[in-house]
Design a protein around this ligand. Structure first.
Ligand code: ADE
Ligand code: ZN
Length: 333
């Protein structure tokens, strides 16, 4: 097997299933938008993306997103993401967009513009990007229902699912949002949920049972519940794990992070970046870092990509194409 090198990691066809469009603003882009709009920065450029806890982190996302105020800028941000994906050797991405962070642009403008950006990117030969629209755990049931109504009334081939993110301490959101997830499912949308990041294993159980989530974003706290681990493994429910994000958000340390233990247990895990630009992370760095920490070779990194193919929400033929790309790469390793 080819040894791990930066080039080999770059060449590996990669799949990103847990990335927030809100986390793809670069510092330069934020400064450029703020200058154009004549809005003062909340901190100097060096500390623009500083935070000490998840709540502050989520507030920072609000501020960045507030700078997008028209269709052209939203379309461009989506296109920029596809360019970044290409640079990283990502061949397919499912991108989360949470409309509650975007205070200065309506859902009606935001979602079609992002989809248009992904369409233009695909036409230009950039990676295939699909969209998951997310509810926020702390938003009202009424506004969440409005979002789901909008989604079900505006089907689009790149709009593939419903998600929920934000602070999982708002645990009652599982019950409140249960009928909304059921409605999305009835309308052909796939379902995922952030759980087991700022909640324990019970948050993951609830996402599976009350929200009917088909896979889990983060889910790392599942490690504390053996019965849950068995369930995830037996039912092929993937956890989209974001190692660097978990370290920076103080969920785990490098020493006690359960990614390797989950992998060894046989839970289908994927490696994702969550909010790459804000966390100064990239997909290639993420893989390089976990491989060096765990002594993994290309074999394990390839396994993570196969896991992502199984977990992704695209049509069967596309899945088959992605699987073939990885098989071809593997045969050359
Ligand atoms: N939105 C963006 N990143 C998030 C994270 N790590 N947890 C919850 N919500 C998020
Ligand atoms: Zn996330």
């Amino acid at each position: 097997m080819t040894p791990i090198t930066k080039e080999a990691i770059r060449a590996l066809p990669k799949i990103e299933l847990h990335i927030h469009l809100e986390g793809t603003f670069s510092k330069e882009y934020v400064c450029q938008l703020a200058e154009k709009l004549d809005v003062p920065l909340p901190h100097d450029k060096e500390h623009l993306f500083s935070f000490t806890c998840l709540a502050e982190f989520l507030e920072m996302l609000d501020w960045n997103c507030s700078l997008i105020r028209n269709a052209a800028d939203a379309e461009q941000l989506a296109y920029h993401f596809a360019e970044y994906a290409k640079e990283q050797g990502i061949v397919y991405a499912e991108v989360i967009l949470n409309p509650t962070h975007w205070k200065n642009i309506s859902l009606d403008v935001l979602v079609p513009s992002v989809l248009a950006g992904f369409d233009r990117a695909a036409q230009d030969g950039l990676p295939d990007c699909r969209l998951m629209v997310s509810l926020l755990r702390t938003q009202s049931t009424k506004t969440a229902a409005e979002t789901v109504d909008w989604l079900t009334a505006h089907p689009h081939s790149r709009l593939i699912g419903l998600s929920v993110d934000g602070n999982e301490e708002a645990a009652e959101s599982n019950e409140r949002f249960s009928p909304l997830f059921a409605k999305a499912k009835e309308n052909g949308l796939h379902l995922t949920a952030h759980a087991g990041e700022s909640s324990g294993p019970e948050g993951v159980w609830e996402a599976l049972q009350l929200l009917q989530a088909e896979r889990i974003d983060h889910g790392v706290r599942a490690m504390d519940d053996e019965r849950l681990l068995e369930y995830l493994k037996d039912n092929h429910i993937a956890l989209n794990v974001c190692f660097t994000s978990n370290i920076l958000c103080n969920i785990f340390t490098e020493e006690n992070h359960p990614l390797k233990a989950l992998f060894d247990y046989g839970v289908p895990v994927t490696a994702s970046t969550d909010d790459p630009h804000i966390l100064v992370d990239t997909m290639c760095y993420e893989l390089e870092h976990i491989a060096s920490l765990y002594g993994w070779g290309m074999e394990e990194l390839i396994r993570l990509q196969y896991n992502a193919v199984e977990a992704c929400f695209c049509p069967k033929e596309k899945k088959e194409m992605l699987r073939k790309k990885i098989e071809e790469f593997e045969s050359r390793c």
